[in-house]
Design a protein around this ligand. Structure first.
Ligand code: DGL
Length: 277
């Protein structure tokens, strides 16, 4: 009797463009797989929305990606990871898709971040939703109880990025303002984690605006290796993933905007398709 093997895709989801910084890192470490990216640009930003709304939007996106035959979905959004991931993993997944997997970006980041800090004083920049969830304080506290952590919400950065307003004075103004607010919370911070996937696109600009001794960590450098490691530890999942090196892009808003911003994020042209959630 012959058995039919059915290979499946890897979904990557974010509220908008930010998850592309994670997709790029995933491909740097594991380019062989077929990635299906979904940006909910029509409803971004998530960071200022309620728990219920973020859960509803994230669940709709997950449902969509599972219907497109994704075996695993990486929630490449801290806000959705903080507010919706656990509920979806614990309630929705076992009931509807028990053989599929959903991973987030907070765990790979919080496991490792204290190792970068000599002073054991780390700052987190994130959306208001992620800050309010206190997920970073709780998880870093679990992994590295000797590390002091301060959080700073940076609500203006995602709207600026989603509108293509980078490398300009408006962005500099907010970066400097958020750093002043961060620095006033705790002495001797030596490490800043960009805990919103959008912020990585501002890495050079943030570096130029901050004191030179501050180490700036973007999440792709943590999530990429962690995904590779996950695949090596889970052959039952890995062997079911298709490997044709394709990347497909879906957006809930206008494709022209998505395509031009995506090119800035990824460094190559893409042709997205518009979908409704
Ligand atoms: N990129 C997302 C994150 O990592 C959120 C952006 C937003 O929609 O506010 O938190």
């Amino acid at each position: 009797m012959s058995s039919l093997l059915f290979f499946m895709k890897t979904g990557v989801f974010d509220s908008g463009m930010g998850g592309l910084t994670i997709l790029k890192a995933l491909c740097n470490y594991t380019n062989d797989y077929d990635y299906l990216y979904l940006g909910d640009n029509g409803r971004t930003p998530y960071g200022t929305r309620s728990f219920e709304t973020i859960l509803k939007f994230t669940q709709e996106a997950v449902e969509y990606l599972f219907k497109q035959d994704c075996k695993v979905i990486i929630i490449a959004c801290n806000t959705a990871s903080a507010k919706a991931l656990r509920t979806i993993q614990q309630k929705y997944l076992p009931q509807h898709y028990p053989d599929r997997r959903i991973l987030g970006v907070i765990r790979p980041s919080t496991e490792q971040i204290a190792d970068f800090s000599k002073t054991k004083r780390v700052a987190i920049w994130a959306t208001p939703g992620t800050v309010k969830s206190e997920s970073y304080l709780i998880e870093i506290g679990n992994f590295s109880p000797d590390c002091l952590v301060v959080q700073q919400a940076c609500p203006m950065l995602v709207p600026l990025i989603e509108n293509g307003e980078l490398n300009n004075e408006a962005c500099d103004y907010f970066i400097k303002k958020y750093w002043e607010q961060t620095d006033s919370q705790l002495d001797n911070i030596d490490t800043l984690l960009l805990a919103c996937t959008h912020y990585s696109i501002l890495y050079d600009q943030i570096k130029a605006c901050l004191p030179s001794g501050i180490k700036i960590i973007e999440q792709g450098s943590l999530v990429g290796p962690s995904w590779k490691d996950y695949l090596s530890r889970h052959p039952e999942i890995e062997t079911q993933l298709s490997r044709n090196q394709t990347k497909t892009f879906l957006t809930t808003d206008q494709v022209d905007n998505f395509n031009s911003l995506a090119c800035m994020f990824l460094g190559y042209p893409v042709k997205a398709q518009k979908i409704e959630l």
